[in-house]
Design a protein around this ligand. Sequence first.
Ligand SMILES: [Zn+2]
Ligand SMILES: [Zn+2]
Ligand SMILES: [Zn+2]
Ligand SMILES: [Zn+2]
Ligand SMILES: [Zn+2]
Length: 361
Amino acid sequence: MPSDTEILEAVEVYARRRGVSARLADPGAAALTWQFLLDFRIVRSVEERGERPMREPGSRREELAGRPTYTSIESYRVAPPDDPERHDAWRLVRRGSLGEERCEKCKGGTNSCGACGGRGVRDCPRFVDCPVCQGGPDACWECEGTGRRRAGRPAHPYAAAPSAHRVLCTRCRTSQVACPKCGGRRQLDCTTCKKTGSVQCGTCEGTKRVIHQECEGTGRFTVWTEGYINQSPRREKERRLGRLDLRRTTGNAGRWHETVLRGAADELPDDLDEADRTLIDPLLAPRKDEVARRATLRRLPLAHVRVHADPHRDYYAFPSHTGIEVTSRPTKERVRNVAAIAAASLVLVALFAALGMAVLR
Ligand SMILES: [Zn+2]
Ligand SMILES: [Zn+2]
Ligand SMILES: [Zn+2]
Ligand SMILES: [Zn+2]
Ligand SMILES: [Zn+2]
């Protein structure tokens, strides 16, 4: 940390370049106050443990036998992570809990097909209505598809004009009166079942049985008690980075002093002031289920210098990687005044505009 004299010398050189010449070491020429910028972060690895009952289809004994076992999940030991940022997870099997049970809702992994009632086939009509005459009386102008000639009944409305498109009726043997598609039969043989009256069931493909989804067709379940341990990071921070328009400069150029604490017993540096210690201490208290931590405290001493000969600017100086970095900003009051003047100018502009309008009328 630089001395007050070194800071004032650096500010003097900087101010001279801005056209302000004053010997800042003279009594009353400058006022210097120190503050510490603070950037504190802590990341903890927090562990979560528990047990849950498991039941999964099929035989998984072999696969699960490869997992570590435990008797009490609370006392099972796992190493804390080297890096508390890391996510880690363990899946364990409670000793003696691994077993298999038969699926009670099926027989060896399958059930009777519900779609066909376990028959493997489904009913299908042997005949279908003729699409040309719609299976109606138009099938034959003589017998209407019944096979009985009209004898005594009134003639069919179209019977007087026999058509070339009409064919011999297979029912009543009259020529040029029947539907060309069905030949007077009103119906056609079903092509789906080829007149057999049944088709293979599409659900079971004729096997009469379907796979039981719940046990995935295995007819059994593997059961066990799973213990789980998860380690995951939790982050907290506390920062006091000073005025907003300086942060980029201090962040990039500042030679921040860094302290890393890894254990819950590690102490904050002795030279940390009381207010900062009060701010950070609560964040360092050990948390339940914490297994590792890394706390990083970064500090940068920042000198604020008011120069009597230049009352409208704040000068700032801090240690950098090359020596002492100096920068300056208009004072807050100055910024406020300038803003007030700008606002007043806007009011005047508006006023003149209004007057101009009035004159034009
Ligand atoms: Zn089953
Ligand atoms: Zn059919
Ligand atoms: Zn006929
Ligand atoms: Zn027909
Ligand atoms: Zn079926």
